[in-house]
Design a binder for this molecule. Structure first.
Ligand code: SF4
Ligand code: SF4
Length: 142
């Protein structure tokens, strides 16, 4: 499952159309709308979390762009709160990239930020919630 927070900017010709609904019906994606506004000049802005298979996600974004919608990904990053971390190791079982691993013989958990894909699987897996999501800025998806 791939998931990203997106900011969508709709041209005024498309504001009234149910474009986002097609992401579910035609691309098998799920979305959670966090905010939707129509600006004074009638352009629409929507912030939503879009989830699904990576291939479907890319097709859905392509569809939006073909309809004239500007798609920005809200940049996210993962940080480990070293004060909260108890080195229990639970996160290493879910991390798909090896960014979190157990160092032996000390049995401490190390976080290699360079290997992190920001999949967020470690966030709910961590009992004391030591893996934290940070917002880093927006990028226009091309
Ligand atoms: S699951 Fe949380 S507390 Fe446990 S090692 Fe990973 S980051 Fe630390
Ligand atoms: S966000 Fe994903 S890749 Fe990064 S440390 Fe957590 S589980 Fe591993």
């Amino acid at each position: 499952m791939y998931s990203r927070m997106l900011v969508l900017r709709f041209p005024k010709t498309e504001v009234e159309k149910p474009i986002v609904c097609y992401l579910a019906s035609d691309f098998d994606l799920t979305f959670n709308i966090l905010k939707a506004t129509i600006l004074p000049r009638k352009e629409g802005v929507m912030v939503l979390e879009l989830s699904g298979r990576r291939k479907d996600f890319n097709k859905g974004v392509q569809y939006l762009k073909e309809r004239g919608v500007q798609v920005q990904a809200v940049g996210q990053d993962i940080k480990r709160n070293t004060i909260k971390c108890t080195h229990c190791g639970a996160c290493t079982a879910v991390c798909p990239t090896g960014a979190l691993s157990i160092e032996r013989p000390e049995m401490t958990v190390v976080f290699n930020h360079k290997k992190c894909s920001v999949c967020e699987l470690c966030v709910p897996a961590c009992p004391p919630r030591a893996m934290e999501i940070r917002t880093t800025g927006n990028t226009i998806l091309k």
